[in-house]
Write a protein that binds this ligand. Structure first.
Ligand code: NHW
Ligand code: EN5
Length: 385
């Protein structure tokens, strides 16, 4: 049933994993022994490297994803990653242009497919592991079900292997062989009227619109004094705080100072980060969320839904719940319609009090070429974009 995935170094769906087996599925190869030629595409297609530092090529990638990337199961909303978001996501420290892999049609040179990798360091059961993060796999709607995805995956694998990296992490809404963990999306309404109008949420039983608006009301201003946007002078201390925190989880990411700065320094309409510091200027608390709007697929009045997604949060001087309430207030002030979070890290501890509700979407976490026991969401300390 998995013509492609059954050939790959991933655990198969039905197999059992015992603790002793944890680790690589196939041994590393000498990068020199990895094939040097790209995989063959059908004659009407050709490989391209997308140069996202070129405004026109970034726009091309934006348009491909805007029209063809991930939708919810009822095809009501489609992710609408902005150009500036893609520029941020794909130019992480260590990025390479040859890992921004595109496919064009030979005749019209139109970009019709894409896949990307960026380097990253993870902790898995206390072990540090150099991996890549795979993201933005997309094939134009008119070219679906032609077995092009396996070619894209094999080609990015070849290019990553050539650099001496043999493991990858990725997430997907669909079930493939074989999830390390299954997370659920939770949603907190900030603009309930609009969410109901576009069909993102429904009026609860025995609820009126005005009661619903009241239910989700938030203070106008933040309730924690001293909460401020992360700035250059605090990145080192903020990074130390997050690094210590993430070590608690069985499967987590590790950020170098350079990576932390890239991923957390605020960028309007992309990434929002706030800190609290103590009298010595040490960062004690961190909140962060990224902006990922969705196109409302068929609607008269609204074309777009503005969603904030919880990124990494650490609370040491105030309760996590009040820190996250302030994240909601800040997101509301920025004009977001909804605040989304997965049930990983310690997120479940504040969902009820802060009026988050489970959505209809799930997110599966995967490791390529690494066998590992199934983990529960609260054992994950890693958020992919
Ligand atoms: S998940 C988001 C993926 N993108 C979308 O859902 C966008 C909308 N859909 C599409 O564009 C985040 C197409 O439907 C795609 C499939 C391209 C999804 N991951 O070409 P065929 C990521 O970007 C398998 C992996 O005919 P298609 C993470 C499927 O099971 N495999 O299908 C990406 C089947 O294999 P099987 C997926 O619909 C991680 C085969 O593709 C998949 O025209 C990639 C069918 O191919 C998915 N999301 O195109 C893996 N969806 O064995 C990275 C379907 O079952 C691995 N398939 O027959 C690591 C690589 C690096 C290693 C380095 C050491
Ligand atoms: C790779 N990095 O399904 C990512 N979203 O719940 C790729 N549902 O927004 C993989 N269907 O439940 C992404 N509202 C996989 C996720 C794909 C997108 C997706 C779900 C997540 C979603 C919404 C809208 C559903 C529309 C109909 C949803 C109900 C929640 C509501 C909020 C307010 C209070 C009451 C409950």
């Amino acid at each position: 049933i998995h013509k492609f995935w059954s050939t790959q170094p991933v655990p198969q769906l039905e197999e059992q994993t015992i603790a002793l087996d944890e680790g690589p599925i196939e041994p590393n190869k000498d990068p020199e022994d990895i094939r040097k030629q790209p995989y063959t595409l059908l004659p009407q297609f050709e490989w391209t490297e997308c140069d996202i530092e070129n405004q026109e090529e970034l726009e091309e990638l934006y348009q491909l994803l805007n029209a063809n990337y991930v939708e919810d199961e009822d095809a009501m909303f489609r992710f609408d990653y902005s150009g500036s978001f893609l520029y941020w996501a794909l130019r992480a420290p260590g990025w390479r242009k040859d890992w921004h892999v595109g496919v064009r049609t030979v005749s019209s040179k139109r970009l019709v497919a894409f896949i990307s990798a960026i380097p990253s360091m993870i902790y898995i059961k206390g072990q540090q592991l150099q991996v890549v993060e795979i993201n933005f796999l997309c094939i134009h709607k008119k070219l679906r079900n032609k077995r092009l995805a396996p070619v894209l995956i094999k080609e990015i694998t070849r290019r990553v292997n050539r650099s001496g990296i043999f493991q990858a992490v990725y997430t997907a809404g669909v079930v493939l062989p074989r999830p390390v963990a299954r997370c659920r999306y939770y949603h907190r309404s900030l603009n309930p009227k609009k969410l109901i109008q576009v069909g993102f949420s429904r009026l609860g039983p025995r609820m009126t619109l005005s009661r619903t608006i009241k239910l989700y009301a938030l203070p106008e201003d933040i309730t924690i004094v001293g909460l401020e946007p992360l700035s250059l002078q605090h990145v080192s201390s903020a990074r130390d705080l997050l690094e210590q925190y993430l070590k608690r989880f069985k499967f987590s990411i590790s950020f170098s100072l350079e990576e932390f700065s890239h991923w957390f320094l605020p960028r309007k309409n992309v990434i929002y980060s706030y800190i609290l510091k103590n009298e010595n200027g040490m960062v004690t608390d961190l909140i962060s969320f990224y902006e990922l709007p969705s196109t409302v697929i068929k609607h008269e009045k609204y074309k777009s839904l503005r969603a904030a997604y919880s990124f990494y949060n650490v609370a040491t001087s105030v309760p996590l719940e009040s820190l996250m309430q302030n994240a909601l207030i800040l997101a509301k002030q920025e004009g977001f319609d909804v605040f989304n979070a997965l049930d990983l890290m310690e997120n479940e501890t504040f969902f009820k009090q802060l009026k988050f509700h489970p959505g209809d979407g799930f997110l599966h976490y995967y490791l390529y070429n690494w066998r590992c026991w199934t983990l529960s969401p609260s054992e994950l300390g890693l958020v992919l974009l």
